[in-house]
Design a protein around this ligand. Structure first.
Ligand SMILES: *[C@@H]1O[C@H](CO)[C@@H](O)[C@H](O)[C@H]1NC(C)=O
Ligand SMILES: *[C@@H]1O[C@H](CO)[C@@H](O)[C@H](O)[C@H]1NC(C)=O
Length: 362
């Protein structure tokens, strides 16, 4: 009995000893871990404070950049590009104007001035403009009889579109005179014939024009391109296939003029009597010198507009439809034909319709 008690006590003692030992080991392990943790905490703390510093610095930077942006907050309206396009009745007219209007839909702040070579505004062009979604002004100005190209005349015999471009300029000057800002209005004037092909980029290039900006034109003058030659950021001569001695041997599509310059030179216009190839020069001569030309399109190294020519379609069936330039508008439908022959001698109607550009709605 007594030995059994002794044994039990011994067991209890051993158990107690072992439990205590385990407890001590556990406590020691915990201690060890805590030691490890504190050792890790120091670089962690450093990292956190470093990141806090970084965050603070970035927040400061954002605050500063927002402060500098503040003055521009009401976004400075970019200058409007006024595009003057002479056009005349022919088989491909509707196709050309459709293509052009759909290019212009992609250009913000563009005002299209379409001037028909016609004694009245035609339903074809009127309808096309109404449906185009482009901000436009529709004008007309017939070419004087003695200056009109006759059937079979080569296209270079007489410069085309002279009266129409001048009419566009006249309207623009009159319309702008009524606007605030006088001769100091921001804007750019560009002469865009309806058969060319325009990269959207050319409109952004010309938007910053101060006086007269210039760039290459592709597929013109029997060459792959013509271009002003730029050295040290200045136009020094022209790469052209024909009479480089002309004051400004450039295509109509190769330059834009600031609205300011157009307004402050009210007499500047195209001279229909200018010798062949001198039409562009007749307009630019009084406005700018070669030294003042502003090269665009990466110092005139890129072609962003092409003098494409749509082939004149050959009608197989004569059904009274193959005449051109006589007021027949095949694309406008036969019924419209009757309207185009009614004569409206009212001079130059101005009809400006402003529409929200689809561009903005997209
Ligand atoms: C045009 O050329 C000038 C002078 O060589 C140069 O300073 C400028 O950066 C060039 N501009 C472009 C857009 O390449
Ligand atoms: C001529 O045009 C004006 C303005 O577009 C119009 O009011 C007038 O009715 C037209 N006249 C004829 C005969 O078409």
């Amino acid at each position: 009995m007594a030995t059994r008690m002794k044994l039990k006590l011994k067991t209890v003692f051993v158990l107690y000893f072992m439990v205590s030992l385990l407890g001590l080991i556990y406590a020691l392990m915990q201690l060890g871990q805590r030691c490890d943790c504190t050792e890790h905490d120091i670089p962690k703390d450093r990292t956190i404070s470093r990141l806090r510093g970084e965050l603070h610095r970035l927040q400061e930077q954002i605050r500063k950049s927002e402060a500098t942006k503040q003055p521009q907050k009401p976004p400075a309206r970019q200058p409007t590009v006024f595009v003057i396009t002479p056009t005349y009745a022919r088989l491909v007219q509707k196709a050309e104007l459709t293509r052009l209007s759909q290019t212009f839909l992609h250009v913000p702040q563009l005002h299209w001035i379409v001037v028909e070579d016609s004694p009245h505004k035609t339903p074809l062009v009127t309808d096309l403009l109404v449906k185009s979604g482009v901000t436009y002004t529709h004008l007309h100005m017939p070419t004087a009889k003695d200056r009109k190209l006759q059937e079979g005349d080569p296209s270079w015999l007489k410069p085309r579109g002279v009266e129409q471009r001048n009419e566009g300029l006249r309207w623009l000057r009159e319309d702008r005179r009524a606007q605030p800002g006088g001769d100091n209005q921001q804007g750019v004037v560009y002469f865009a014939d309806d058969d060319n092909t325009y990269s959207l980029q050319i409109f952004e290039e010309m938007r910053s024009t101060q006086r007269v900006s210039v760039w290459p034109v592709g597929l013109v003058g029997g060459m792959k391109y013509e271009r002003p030659v730029v050295e040290g950021g200045k136009v020094v001569r022209f790469h052209t296939g024909w009479r480089p001695s002309r004051p400004f041997p450039m295509d109509m599509a190769g330059f834009a003029v600031s609205l300011k310059l157009v307004l402050s030179n009210p007499e500047a216009c195209f001279d229909g009597e200018a010798p062949m190839g001198f039409l562009e020069s007749s307009f630019l001569q009084g406005l700018v010198t070669m030294d003042e030309l502003e090269p665009k399109a990466d110092n005139c190294s890129k072609v962003l507009v092409w003098h494409t020519r749509t082939e004149k379609p050959k009608m197989k069936r004569r059904g009274g439809s193959a005449r051109s330039g006589t007021g027949f508008r095949p694309c406008g439908g036969g019924l419209r034909d009757t309207h185009t022959h009614t004569h409206n001698h009212t001079h130059t109607h101005i009809h400006t319709v402003k529409r929200t550009l689809l561009f903005n709605a997209a």
